[in-house]
Design a protein around this ligand. Structure first.
Ligand SMILES: Nc1ncnc2c1ncn2[C@@H]1O[C@H](COP(=O)(O)OP(=O)(O)OP(=O)(O)O)[C@@H](O)[C@H]1O
Ligand SMILES: [Mg+2]
Length: 252
């Protein structure tokens, strides 16, 4: 049987007393699965990812990553292997230039300067932004910043990736490069997105959240074609099906 890489056991979370954002979430990820985590605005997708890397405290239930419980003591080990791309790029980038930001984590983990340079160059090439190497972060566009955040994670050669809305602000070329990149990785991923077409293209399994709970956990092909289920949970069919049915996507 394939090893469990991630386990959530009865995890609940509230930011404010009496208002549960996540309610008894239980699932596990085996082997190298990719899971699409979907649901309406405010349903708790980002919160679920933040719990895994200690940006929100695990107060009820248990989360395990590669046999390590997510606790204060285990966080350094968990963060070293887990590449986490924030929903908000400005919260992730804090150095002056692209090079410095992408080099930050490998340097912090004590790698030599030659290796750091190699890691940065490879990560920038992977997301097609080598030309932005010396650019100052505050002068960059939203999409460029998104690509830098992805590079900051790749430079650590993660063995697990959590991506929160990775395609937001990306143009079609960068979006399809990212999809190919994600499909080329052999480690597990959890990807949250409202870009259900990207979820269709990258994740064999989908978890649909609604009202703090897992409403459905299963085959992406089934869940993302179930119009009634999606609409009941505040979502719509992926554009590829909406267009096929002649339904015009509603204006953003
Ligand atoms: N720091 C915070 N303090 C209080 N409430 C918060 C905080 N962060 C998030 N929330 C609330 O928790 C709920 C879940 O937020 P979360 O960001 O996890 O949603 P999401 O599913 O990622 O939404 P989106 O699709 O908009 O990104 C929301 O109602 C949000 O207002
Ligand atoms: Mg979110």
């Amino acid at each position: 049987m394939e090893r469990r890489r991630i386990e959530f056991k009865d995890v609940s979370f509230s930011y404010e007393a009496g208002q549960k954002v996540l309610d008894r979430i239980t699932f596990s990820l085996q082997g190298n699965e990719s899971i699409g985590l979907i649901g309406a605005n405010g349903v708790g997708k980002s919160t679920l990812l933040k719990l895994m890397v200690g940006l929100c405290p695990v107060t009820e239930g248990e989360i395990w990553i590669d046999g390590l419980a997510v606790t204060e003591k285990n966080l350094p080990g968990i963060r070293e292997k887990t590449g986490y791309v924030f929903q908000d790029s400005d919260s992730q980038l804090f150095m002056t230039t692209v090079f410095e930001d992408v080099a930050f984590a490998p340097r912090n983990y004590g790698l030599g300067e030659e290796e750091v340079k190699k890691r940065v160059e490879t990560a920038l090439e992977m997301v097609h932004i080598s030309h932005l190497r010396e650019k100052q972060i505050y002068k960059m566009s939203g999409g460029e910043k998104k690509l830098v955040t992805i590079a900051t994670v790749l430079s650590m050669k993660p063995s697990l990736m959590l991506l929160d809305e990775p395609t937001v602000a990306l143009d079609p070329g960068n979006r399809s490069n990212l999809i190919s990149l994600l499909n080329g990785f052999t480690f597990p991923k959890i990807i949250t997105s409202h870009d259900l077409d990207m979820i269709w293209d990258t994740c064999e399994r989908t978890i649909l959240l609604y009202d703090g709970k897992i409403q459905r956990d299963g085959d992406t092909r089934e869940i993302l074609q179930d119009r009634e289920l999606l609409e009941d949970c505040g979502l719509r069919l992926p554009l590829r099906f909406a267009e096929a049915e002649g339904v015009r996507p509603s204006p953003a």
